[in-house]
Design a protein around this ligand. Structure first.
Ligand code: ADP
Ligand code: MG
Length: 255
């Protein structure tokens, strides 16, 4: 390498760093050598470098989105045994996986008893949405209500609401497991009402519709929330007994 080349390499690396192009910075010499060996022109060299930068940038962004979504455990649809849950509409899940319902701001309600795969399906759909570049956040309902109440006390409610409003998909897991306080239910309904027509909600619940008022309180508020939630909504029922129980029984039979 000549003296001027060394100088220009140093300068180039400096500029790439300033421009926040770490992959180009890291790979430029390697690619330049390869291009020289293959007799490829400078533009092709730049093209390869910028492609690497883009790929790396997207990978990091996807990683960040996944982390920010805070799924309790990673779950994929591939791991879901549809044969064990015949009540689940398989074609609908596969359709939802494509994510077009999110563009249409449609909601999904997963209703069924405990252990029947509601959280699993909600997570798998959420992870797919993350991979498609959408902002997703997973909350257990009790956790979100606590956060909302704390934010209200600390006068931070507006900020939390603004954060929630930026999401493409809000997942509310376990609605109705614990009866909400009146103030808590009101804050939650407010989130649901705000999300309505702006983004999509995926809600899991073990509560049949007729019991919603009993658990969530106020007939009027529950009515409004239910009305909004179920407008443009897909409903999936996960009937039957707990998957783990089924699994344990199957194993016992086979031994
Ligand atoms: P729910 O949210 O309805 O209470 P979960 O989604 O938490 O149920 O399921 C309980 C456990 O059983 C999880 O580990 C989940 O991955 C697993 N599971 C449930 N249904 C299935 C299924 N059909 N195929 C594979 N694993 C399942
Ligand atoms: Mg669950």
């Amino acid at each position: 390498m000549t003296k001027t080349e060394t100088k220009s390499t140093v300068l180039l690396k400096h500029h790439l760093k300033t421009l926040k192009l770490p992959t180009m910075h890291h790979e430029c010499e390697k690619i330049a050598q390869r291009c020289a060996a293959d007799n490829v022109d400078h533009l092709a060299d730049l093209l390869q470098l910028s492609e690497l930068e883009l790929i790396e940038r997207e990978r990091k962004a996807a990683e960040r989105r996944l982390k920010a979504a805070r799924f309790p455990t990673a779950k994929l649809l591939d791991e879901f045994d549809f044969a064990a849950r015949p009540s689940v509409n398989n074609p609908l899940i596969l359709e939802l996986l494509k994510g077009e319902y999110l563009d249409r701001r449609e909601n999904l309600l997963l209703v069924g008893p405990s252990g029947t795969g509601k959280t699993h399906l909600a997570t798998a759909l959420g992870m797919a949405a993350c991979a498609q570049g959408r902002k997703v956040r997973f909350y257990r309902v009790t956790e979100l209500i606590t956060l909302l109440m704390e934010a209200k006390d600390e006068r931070n409610l507006l900020r939390l609401r603004q954060q929630l409003a930026k999401l493409g998909l809000l997942i509310l897991d376990e609605l109705g497991y614990v009866p909400a306080s009146k103030a808590g239910a009101e804050l939650l309904f407010d989130v649901i009402a705000t999300a309505y027509e702006r983004s999509s909600l995926v809600v899991t619940t073990n509560l049949p519709f007729e019991n919603w008022t009993e658990v969530l309180g106020s007939e009027r508020l529950t009515g409004t929330a239910l009305d909004r939630l179920t407008h443009r909504c897909h409903i999936l029922e996960t009937n039957g007994e707990s998957y783990r129980l089924q699994d344990a029984k199957r194993r016992r039979r086979s031994t």
